[in-house]
Design a protein around this ligand. Structure first.
Ligand code: DGY
Length: 315
């Protein structure tokens, strides 16, 4: 059987797949175009792909003999899951293994934005540090503040765990109340508007779907405190970027930390001009250990499904 891997992934995962299957890999350090994907999927029994591969209806139709699409990410908005289901194709993702890594990045952004780390670094490198000053790069405290978690799933809860160490008060939204989480963290279940009004830091951890597209727009930004800091490590289109750029520029909110963008890898031109936002190139899960585990998990799902067993992480 043939497995098509859309980008170079960890050696271990490829070696593992090679024990069972013929493995074809896109060796270019570049995402394949739709045409290239179409060319490659017709004879494969499994596709191992990334969030940058748009697996739409056309690709799925062309992948006539494919039994599994193993996405090497926890998010799977890049795949038309409904269409895959219609064709009897299993879709899997890589939950859990990236939870701590992504939560670490979200917390780095909380600290980085509040203490203006990137701005201060640029200032220092530019040779502008001539003397210590009492008002030089004044930031905001993190300890004892209120953190609003939009979407207290695995990653949201891991961010909350970190916040406990900073003695933060935690507010959260979630489809349903989570009493175990509340007992563990003293977090308070609130509606979105209350969270937006009362939080000093707001960290987004929802998947992208029709219900979460532009969840944070002009209205929501206008409810936040003027001192609020917004962090997004989930998916770019959850935030209306134009509205956010305006809120940051007009100092309607204090700052933002973004690891994801609406039209990735394109970055809103207004955001680039602003110093009160940290912009990162979608590196939430980017550690050597975690990327290795994600690739291995995707490979294991392929091995299970092509051997006629149930997938470990179906979406
Ligand atoms: C995911 O897994 O969805 C992350 O965004 C990848 O870094």
């Amino acid at each position: 059987m043939n497995v098509f891997v859309t980008r170079v992934m960890s050696k271990e995962s490829i070696e593992y797949l090679k024990q069972y299957f013929n493995v074809k890999i896109n060796e270019k350090e570049k995402t394949l175009s739709k045409e290239e994907l179409l060319e490659n999927v017709s004879d494969c029994d499994a596709i191992m792909c990334l969030l940058t591969d748009i697996i739409d209806k056309d690709i799925i139709k062309k992948a006539g003999r494919t039994k599994i699409i193993a996405n090497c990410a926890v998010g799977y908005n890049n795949i038309d899951v409904e269409e895959a289901k219609k064709h009897g194709i299993v879709v899997t993702n890589t939950p859990d293994v990236l939870t701590d890594t992504t939560a670490d990045l979200a917390f780095s952004l909380i600290l980085g934005v509040s203490r203006r780390i990137v701005e201060a670094d640029s200032y220092t490198r530019a040779g502008l540090f001539k003397e210590w000053g009492p008002t030089l790069f004044l930031g905001q405290d993190v300890a004892n503040k209120t953190l609003g978690i939009i979407g207290a799933g695995r990653i949201g809860k891991a961010v909350a765990k970190r916040a406990i160490g900073f003695n933060m008060k935690i507010l959260y939204t979630k489809r349903n109340r989570d009493e175990t989480f509340e007992n563990d963290t003293s977090a308070k279940f609130v509606d979105l508007d209350t969270l937006l009004k009362e939080s000093d830091f707001i960290s987004i951890h929802v998947p992208l779907n029709k219900g979460t597209y532009h969840l944070i727009g002009e209205r929501e930004l206008s409810l936040m405190k003027k001192s609020a800091i917004l962090i997004n490590t989930s998916r770019g289109p959850v935030v209306d970027e134009e509205a956010l750029a305006y809120a940051l520029k007009s100092r309607r909110i204090w700052g933002a930390g973004l690891d994801v963008f609406e039209k990735e890898p394109e970055i809103n031109k207004e955001l680039i001009k602003l110093s009160n936002v940290i912009l990162l190139p979608h590196i939430g899960s980017a550690t050597i250990e975690t990327r290795g585990k994600m690739a291995m998990m995707a490979a294991q799902n392929i091995v299970e499904v092509l051997n006629g067993r149930a997938p470990i992480n179906p979406v």
